[in-house]
Design a protein around this ligand. Structure first.
Ligand SMILES: Cc1cc2nc3c(=O)[nH]c(=O)nc-3n(C[C@H](O)[C@H](O)[C@H](O)COP(=O)(O)OP(=O)(O)OC[C@H]3O[C@@H](n4cnc5c(N)ncnc54)[C@H](O)[C@@H]3O)c2cc1C
Length: 577
């Protein structure tokens, strides 16, 4: 969109095409002076102290209990002061929208934007969390009949506390509709704060905060079963094992198969595959197929799929009570309210990736928002960023969604993350008994990350419409992106490729990028001290988990403190932007 604006301006003034952009500067991640130019020496010392504390295993493992104990022993005020000098000061921007403004503006001056993330979490016991999860993930129909969904998409008490083993994300539990409304109000305030504090802000939202998780489970199961059925039909046509977008079913044979299975007569399925639902040369691909369960059509209510185990046909959608229908609609309405507010305030929404059993629904609902709101052409569009968590089928999902955006003419946006739920997901799959959804090794995860990223970068080069946030602390991944941007001719000033790191982590990656003119953002958590303690405990654990990276950061902090001491600038204010 930026390139398109420039061309038009040049043409109107009759000055021909704009001059080419100057080559972007090289970025050096090992230059401590440049990395910490925006920081006071006190901030560097705090960073060093916090990283050192994070390396003490027993302290980190019991971080939350220790924080609660110190709160009792020291009293509220002293405890808050201590936290502000250490963990809270390092990882959280402030108590509310007003308090965080100076930090946001300071970072902005050094080229670093903000993704605001209100980080207050309920302090539930494991038993309370499990009970809430069991209640909110079971439908009235299931309670009545005792019928269960597929294991992966059913709730399991042992894994009901979704906070278990998660270090990079906040967790919401459903209580009632009023609480979801309160979450929506919080997100609205967050969007307002993003709009008020910068011109190019993002606001993070989480779909499990906006409605009953039962719907996300049910909808995920529907999407996955429908996709699986497509691949089953493809195998019957001798097209097993092809990449998602290369699998095309012949309509004649498809209709025959559907009739043979008793799903729809040829006459009934005739109108399914006509006009826009019929792809290249009379074939049906996964996108055409998925459009049959489009939320905007009624057809999904009629769809049947074969149960692989029993061989029986089953309705794709489960029965909903009237109240459940209303709850589902309210969840969609809340998303709509948030997206409209984001458009009005010029803020882009960033939807968090969550567990694999919720993720198909989250991705699909985000895609619906992108379809509706990412159509604007002449300025960077308020974008709903689709979460891309790096699970085994991530590449297929990304390619299919990009292709849909091409066909329908909207702007594709994605935040790519390696995923925060690995351990929890692996033990759930092993214990409950389904295939591990996580890539087999760290190397596979990284390979998948780079493959998905490369595909989106190619798309940006081709159409200049898509955009992506590389949300990672991994230096190799950031360097890989910079290399690919250079070789594909993607200039940072086009604002198509963003980088993202968490506040208080890996400043040596964030600030050199920002100072060199690359669009880079900090995830900026905020909230009152004693309400973000669970978040702080997880930050400590994450830093302990990545010892090599933390060591590199400590070395750089130490080097810069020594340099300032030797040059007599230890007490000077941070350098100019
Ligand atoms: C701006 C930002 C936004 C984020 N938003 C989200 C979000 O919405 N949802 C979410 O889930 N997370 C989110 N995260 C967290 C993210 O998923 C990662 O957990 C975290 O950032 C570490 O990944 P990395 O690329 O920074 O580091 P790396 O050290 O390169 O990668 C660590 C990650 O690799 C994967 N991994 C590690 N070991 C293995 C193994 N043996 N086999 C397979 N995979 C392995 C895991 O996913 C682990 O978290 C976000 C992070 C950032 C910076």
């Amino acid at each position: 969109a930026a390139a398109c604006c420039q061309k038009k301006a040049g043409e109107v003034l009759g000055r021909g095409p704009p001059p080419p952009l100057p080559p972007p500067p090289a970025v050096d991640f090992s230059d401590a002076r440049e990395a910490f130019r925006s920081k006071s020496s006190a901030e560097l010392a705090r960073g060093l102290l916090v990283l050192r504390l994070c390396a003490i295993g027993p302290l980190v493992e019991r971080a939350e209990q220790l924080m609660h104990l110190s709160q009792k022993l020291l009293g509220r005020r002293l405890f808050e002061a201590l936290m502000k000098l250490t963990f809270y000061g390092q990882f959280v921007a402030g108590e509310d929208q007003e308090a965080i403004k100076p930090l946001i503006q300071h970072n902005r001056a050094y080229g670093v934007g903000s993704v605001l993330d209100y980080s207050v979490e309920e302090d539930l016991t494991t038993e309370e969390a499990e009970k809430k999860e069991m209640d909110s993930c079971t439908s009235a129909f299931e309670k009545e009949t005792g019928k269960q969904r597929e294991k992966r998409y059913s709730v399991h008490r042992k894994f009901g506390d979704r906070r278990d083993g998660v270090i990079s994300a906040r967790t919401y539990f459903y209580a009632d509709e009023a609480k979801c409304d309160r979450h929506m109000e919080t997100f609205l305030k967050c969007i307002e704060a993003s709009g008020g504090s910068s011109e190019d802000g993002f606001s993070a939202i989480k779909l499990t905060a906006l409605g009953r998780p039962q719907f996300l489970l049910q909808f995920s199961e529907v999407l996955v079963k429908w996709g699986r059925f497509f691949h089953l039909l493809a195998a019957e046509q001798g097209k097993a094992g092809l990449a998602a977008l290369e699998t095309r079913l012949e309509v004649e044979k498809l209709q025959e198969a559907l009739a043979k299975l008793g799903i729809a007569t040829k006459a009934e399925s005739q109108h399914w595959f006509t006009g826009e639902k019929l792809g290249v040369s009379g074939t049906v691909d996964l996108l055409d197929w998925n459009s049959l369960i489009d939320a905007r059509t009624e057809i999904s209510k009629l769809l049947l799929v074969p149960n692989m185990k029993t061989g029986q046909l089953e309705p794709l959608l489960a029965h909903f009570t009237e109240e459940e229908e209303k709850q589902m609609k309210r969840m969609l309405q809340r998303m709509d309210v948030l997206a409209k507010k984001a458009v009005r305030t010029g803020v882009r929404l960033m939807v968090d990736a969550e567990q694999t059993y919720f993720q198909p629904a989250i991705s699909r609902l985000t895609l619906e928002m992108q379809r509706k709101f990412n159509r604007e052409k002449l300025r960077a569009p308020p974008t709903c960023h689709r979460p891309g968590s790096l699970h085994q089928n991530a590449y297929d999902n990304v390619t299919v969604d990009v292709e849909l955006s091409r066909r329908e003419g909207w702007h594709f946006g994605a935040k790519l993350v390696r995923g925060a739920y690995m351990e929890q997901e692996r033990s759930r799959a092993a214990e409950v008994g389904y295939e591990d959804p996580i890539n087999a090794t760290y190397e596979h995860t990284s390979e998948m990350y780079h493959r998905c990223l490369d595909y989106i970068l190619e798309e940006i080069r081709h159409s200049r419409r898509a955009n992506v946030m590389v949300a990672s602390h991994n230096k190799d991944t950031v360097e890989f992106t910079l290399r690919r941007m250079a070789s594909l001719g993607l200039h940072p000033a086009e604002n198509k490729v963003y980088f993202g790191q968490l506040l208080g982590m890996c400043d040596q990656i964030t600030f050199p990028l920002g100072q060199a003119g690359f669009p880079v953002y900090k995830y900026v958590p905020y909230g009152p001290v004693n309400e973000v303690l669970p978040y702080l405990a997880r930050r400590a654990q994450e830093n302990k988990g990545f010892l090599a990276r933390a060591k590199e950061e400590q070395d750089l902090l130490w080097a810069e403190l020594k340099r300032r001491f030797c040059s007599g600038t230890l007490l000077s204010a941070p350098g100019l932007p």
